[in-house]
Design a protein around this ligand. Structure first.
Ligand code: ADP
Length: 279
């Protein structure tokens, strides 16, 4: 127990090396009426790489395949997930637990951003408060039957991702990156963090990989030749998808109708997630 401190029995938030310390992560049990078969974290080394768009699209693809899907949006850096689906409303409590909202196609969703009165207001909570809220979204939300839950993680390797990794038992993580990040150490950091936490990496999605010329259909590599394959080989992880910059995606997000998307960019990634979880 930490000196001069009451023991909270939560070793994940305490560094004291006392006799009652439990080794390894102490995963939280979900709400008694939640039956979530698989949980996948979507992570990125930094913000703005398209992690939320990938979470929204991958979940949409999986929901179309008739899996019961859910999104736990733990990224407080912006209301991207509710915005992508055009989902608004209050998180209601039944007394027994909190109820998730539902998107137009029935994806269950909860977001830290739905707790804010104005979506443009920045989240000024400190890390532990955010981490506690995210944990509560797992323990106190009545998720019901879910085949695949995707967690949109905050970017980086701070308090919140760490708490999520230590409190929710993930099947694996998908790393989202852009071509520029592939030349830096950002992907390596994400892979190393996952290894340290014993979380398997499903693979990497390279977003904004190229632009398709509207006239000739050629792929234009505006950031230079992709290093995705090279980096995946270096860290021994699969390359799940290379997604282009596509103005139609930005427009779908702006109109809150990502579920109407017509492309196959993440079909292969969805196949890989299913194979990874069900084998
Ligand atoms: P992150 O979650 O990593 O911070 P977002 O998913 O919110 O990033 O994406 C940041 C912005 O970039 C959003 O406005 C999104 O619509 C846009 N964007 C991301 N990827 C693409 C893409 N492949 N094509 C077009 N716009 C994109």
């Amino acid at each position: 127990m930490a000196e001069n401190n009451e023991c909270t029995h939560d070793c994940s938030t305490c560094s004291a090396n006392c006799s009652s310390r439990k080794e390894g992560p102490t995963f939280e049990a979900p709400h008694k009426d939640s039956h979530v078969k698989h949980v996948i974290g979507i992570v990125s080394g930094k913000g703005g790489v398209g992690k939320s768009i990938v979470t929204s699209m991958l979940t949409t693809v999986m929901q179309r395949r008739d899996y019961k899907c859910a999104i736990l949006d733990a990224d407080v850096t912006g209301p991207s997930i509710p915005k992508a689906f055009g989902t608004k409303g209050d998180i209601l409590s039944t007394g027994d637990g909190l109820l998730p909202l539902e998107t137009k196609t029935g994806i269950k969703m909860i977001s830290v951003n739905l707790l804010l009165e104005e979506e443009t207001r920045p989240v000024v909570w400190r890390g532990p408060v955010i981490a506690g809220t995210v944990k509560q979204f797992w323990t106190d939300v009545v998720w019901g039957d879910v085949d695949y839950m995707f967690i949109d993680m905050p970017p980086g390797t701070g308090d919140v991702p760490l708490t999520v990794f230590q409190s929710i038992k993930l099947d694996g993580i998908v790393i989202v990156t852009t071509p520029q990040d592939l030349v830096s150490m950002i992907v390596g950091k994400a892979v190393n963090m996952a290894n340290l936490m014993n979380i398997p990496v499903v693979g990497l999605i390279e977003n904004m990989s190229y632009v398709k010329c509207p006239d000739c259909g050629r792929e234009l590599h505006v950031f230079g030749k992709s290093k995705a394959e090279e980096v995946c080989a270096k860290y021994d992880i699969p390359l799940l998808a290379r997604m282009p910059i596509d103005e139609r995606l930005a427009s779908l997000i702006d109109h809150g109708v990502i579920e109407l998307m017509e492309n196959d960019y993440l079909e292969g990634a969805a196949d890989a997630v299913v194979k990874f979880c069900e084998e």
